[in-house]
Design a protein around this ligand. Structure first.
Ligand code: S3P
Length: 447
């Protein structure tokens, strides 16, 4: 449905977010290959994670409630019929991680998804899984994809693309097939798969490569840091690695929190979010807020299920522009739509580079962001791999298009709070992909 949003007088309050989507996917999908039940606290009820849970059910996992917790009991052996079709909906994480599991299990089935997911690239998992010996069949590297599970070969891989989904697909394939896997990353991506595998199982280790101080070749008076090997992190899964089971407590989703923190940032007011995930591979938004002039205070920091979390208070300030590229872009990959909205309210030009991946997310986000920013009256250039956004004043309300993308709908709903006059977002239901209660949370913070 079309939703009308009006300018906010003020922003403030304290909120708690639904559980982290990335962690929840992994809890649901790990249960397919676990040796004993996995109990999950704070599983979010968003459409994406429910797709992973449904896929687990189709393959024989029993899902029971114990109070508010989910108990996921793995089957003795995976249930399947060769004509099994699993619909992953809009969820790239379900499709890619599940591909790894099926490829290394004794099952056969087909994965498909909605129109957006059927256009997203799967070659990035098909190629390395095929090198492991997997049998995957997809026309032009897109869903639907048929997978015939088989015993896989030991595998070593230097990641050519910074993608936690690809890394996770390969690790899950190794776990499902009892095959050794070594993954090397030169840009570190979210590490929930390896973190959860260490928490709920054994046989996986993570090594950060040492950084060395070396003399500059041209000017020996100068020193700079260099990696001692041509990558930053190595994840090693042994052939006897397994998921034994246990419990996972999911912290609030920082990628959802980003929208509300941005509202505080633009308004110049304070907002507190309790129990928010603070895994260092996910906190790019907190660094960004500080870099553009906001105050970020963290209290009550603690680690449960190996995932750090805490209470975060963001206080907005006069927003500055910033250049975002390389690892900073990777650390903000899901936050770029709302970072772009913040840039519209900052002084100067924000340049975002190395963001070509945004073209193959739930929508072509570079196009979706630039079109919507221009509707507000913002000057926005589209670069081959990014955006150049000029901050403006007295920006006008507009009729925004979500492009069927939850994060675009949420980002421009936040923008609407700070524009002159009312705005609309064409399809508010799309937020259910990651945060069905988004507009209720927004009501809590808008004064
Ligand atoms: C995710 C990884 C990222 C991210 C996505 C969730 C995950 O995708 O954008 O929303 O849970 O592993 P890529 O692996 O394609 O970068």
């Amino acid at each position: 449905m079309k939703r009308t949003l009006r300018p906010a007088r003020s922003i403030g309050g304290t909120i708690t977010l639904p559980g982290d989507k990335s962690i929840a996917h992994r809890a649901a999908l790990f249960s397919i290959i676990a040796k004993a039940p996995i109990t999950v606290k704070n599983f979010p009820n968003n459409a994406d994670c429910l797709k992973s849970l449904e896929a687990a059910r189709v393959l024989g996992v029993k899902v029971k409630m114990a109070g508010e917790d989910f108990v996921l009991t793995p089957p003795e052996s995976l249930q399947h019929a060769p004509d099994t079709i699993i619909d992953c909906g809009n969820s790239g994480t379900t499709a890619r991680l599940l591909s790894g599991i099926l490829a290394g299990s004794k099952v056969e089935g087909t994965l498909t998804g909605d129109d957006s997911l059927r256009h997203r690239p799967m070659k990035r998992i098909i190629d390395p899984l095929t090198d492991m010996g997997a049998e995957l069949f997809a026309d032009e590297g897109r869903l639907p994809m048929r997978i015939r599970g088989t015993k896989l070969r030991p595998f070593e891989y230097l990641m050519p693309v910074a993608s936690a989904q690809v890394k996770s697909a390969l690790l899950l394939a190794g776990l499902a097939s009892s095959s050794a896997v070594i993954i090397r990353e030169d840009r570190i991506t979210r590490d929930h798969t390896e973190t959860m595998a260490r928490e709920l199982g054994d046989g996986i280790s993570v090594r950060d490569v040492k950084r060395l101080v070396v003399a500059d070749q041209d000017d020996p008076r100068k020193r700079h840091m260099q990696m001692s090997e041509p990558f930053k992190r190595e994840i090693t899964l042994s052939a006897d690695a397994r998921i034994t089971g246990g419990s996972v407590d999911i912290p609030g989703d920082i990628s959802t929190g980003a929208f509300f923190m941005a509202a505080a940032a633009i308004s110049g007011r304070s907002l507190t979010i309790e129990n928010m995930g603070l895994n260092p591979t996910r906190t790019g938004m907190l660094n960004h807020l500080k870099a553009v002039g906001c105050a970020v205070e963290i209290t009550g920091k603690r680690t449960i299920s190996r995932e750090p979390r805490g209470t975060v208070t963001v206080t907005g300030g006069a927003l500055k522009s910033r250049r975002i590229s390389g690892e900073t872009t990777v650390a903000l990959i899901d936050e770029i739509p709302i970072v772009a909205v913040m840039a519209a309210f900052a002084t100067g030009t924000t340049v975002i580079r190395d963001a070509g991946e945004l073209r193959v997310k739930e929508s072509d986000r570079l196009t979706a962001i630039s079109e919507n920013l221009r509707l507000m009256g913002v000057k926005c250039g589209v670069l081959e791999d990014g955006l150049a956004i000029d901050g403006g004043r007295d920006l006008s309300g507009a009729d925004f298009l979500s492009h069927g993308d939850h994060r675009i709908a949420m980002a421009f709903s936040i923008a609407s709070l700070f524009l002159v006059g009312p705005s609309t977002v064409d399809d508010d239901a799309v937020v259910a992909v990651s945060c069905p209660g988004f507009y209720e949370l927004l009501d809590q913070i808008v004064k």
